[in-house]
Ligand binder design. Structure first.
Ligand SMILES: Cc1cc2nc3c(=O)[nH]c(=O)nc-3n(C[C@H](O)[C@H](O)[C@H](O)COP(=O)(O)O)c2cc1C
Length: 344
């Protein structure tokens, strides 16, 4: 009973994890001292995520959050088994991430190793949010980069064994990634179905979706190609406004060398750990997803990253890091109560 209470408390923190359009597609089953984490694909947006990779990444993020929250509470590292039933999707190999609907994607339990940096990352959980504001007071220092890159992947365990890495984009790669993101964004911005889907996740009822205060301003200098959550078929919502963004941004890449379902889950896992480490240093953390959503632009990102990094890299996340020149507005995004996402 004590263990169940501790797990429920850890889940309260874990569900603060990022998810695609704040859809929170995670479901949990407490089995003895283990937490089985599954995907509810019925609640995820489809047009922004045609391959289902963002659904899987959202699960990876919550698994990382749960590991950290449990470790901070117990003083022991968590242990996770990903894809305990094998990595073949029950819905068929071509159906993408959504084919994992209902399947257990990870089992998290308390192990007996050292908790590492869990307390520090756990303390950042309530502060972390996705930044859509300018970060004009400078990128991370070299020491800050080193800390964030190291924290993104625990030194042992399945993520390290699977080749998960967090890497810093050098300046030519940064410019290429910004251009590829802008191009991918421009291809979508006239698509009524895509815009309607984005709008359906703004100010949505029921503690999911993105509140309009979190949508962020547009870049008055037109350099920064963040996803525009204020854009609708009838134009931009006026209150989101414009501000000048930093340029070039400081970009972190979460990579593995393959693009299977485990890699896609680990992309979200590394994403949250990097965001928490950055948050603990007072850095803002943005997300540039658009270029990774269609096969052709994703292939162009991977080719550019592989060439620059000097190894085969499948890019799972492009994160923007930097110091804000004014206090960041607190995260307003809501979460479903844990009791709604714990299955009986
Ligand atoms: C897989 C994934 C992809 C995301 N892609 C984007 C994106 O392209 N642009 C963006 O602004 N936010 C993106 N986000 C951030 C989510 O919108 C955000 O996590 C969610 O609204 C909850 O807000 P919070 O992170 O502030 O808690 C992404 C999050 C995840 C997990």
């Amino acid at each position: 009973m004590f263990e169940r209470r501790r797990i429920m408390a850890a889940l309260e923190d874990a569900v603060l994890a990022p998810s695609i359009h704040n859809s929170q597609p995670w479901r949990f089953r407490i089995v003895g001292e283990e937490v089985h984490v599954s995907l509810d694909a019925s609640v995820t947006p489809r047009l922004v995520d045609p391959s289902g990779r963002w659904a899987l990444a959202s699960i990876g993020a919550v698994v990382a959050g749960l590991e950290i929250a449990l470790a901070a509470r117990t003083g022991h590292a968590s242990e996770t088994t990903f894809f305990p039933e094998g990595t073949e999707a029950p819905g068929g190999p071509t159906a993408g991430g959504q084919a994992w609907d209902g399947a257990t994607l990870a089992v998290v339990r308390t192990g007996d190793g050292e908790p590492g940096d869990a307390s520090r990352l756990a303390a950042a959980m309530p502060q972390r949010h996705t930044t859509r504001e300018p970060l004009r007071a400078g990128g991370p220092t070299d020491e800050e980069w080193a800390f964030v890159l190291e924290s993104a992947v625990p030194p042992s365990g399945p993520a390290a064994r699977s080749g998960l890495r967090a890497e810093r984009a050098e300046s030519a790669l940064t410019i290429t990634l910004v251009e590829l993101t802008a191009r991918a964004d421009a291809e979508r911005v006239d698509d009524p179905a895509y815009l309607a889907e984005v709008q359906a996740w703004i100010d949505r009822e029921g503690r999911v979706g993105i509140p309009h205060q979190s949508a962020g301003p547009a870049d008055s200098a037109h350099h920064y190609p963040g996803r525009d959550f204020a854009q609708s078929l009838s134009g931009r919502a006026g209150e989101a406004g414009e501000k000048e963004f930093e340029f070039p941004p400081s970009l972190l890449l979460v990579t593995t060398s393959e693009d299977g379902p485990l890699d896609q889950v680990l992309g979200g896992y590394g994403m949250l750990r990097a965001m928490l480490a950055a948050t603990s240093l007072g850095l803002g953390t943005g997300v540039l997803g658009q270029a990774l959503e269609e096969p052709a632009s994703h292939a162009a990102v991977d080719a550019a990253a592989s060439g620059s990094l000097g190894h085969r890299a499948v890019v799972h996340q492009i994160l923007r890091l930097g110091h804000p020149d004014q206090p960041l507005s607190p995260g307003h995004t809501q979460r479903r109560p844990v009791s709604e996402v714990v299955l009986r």
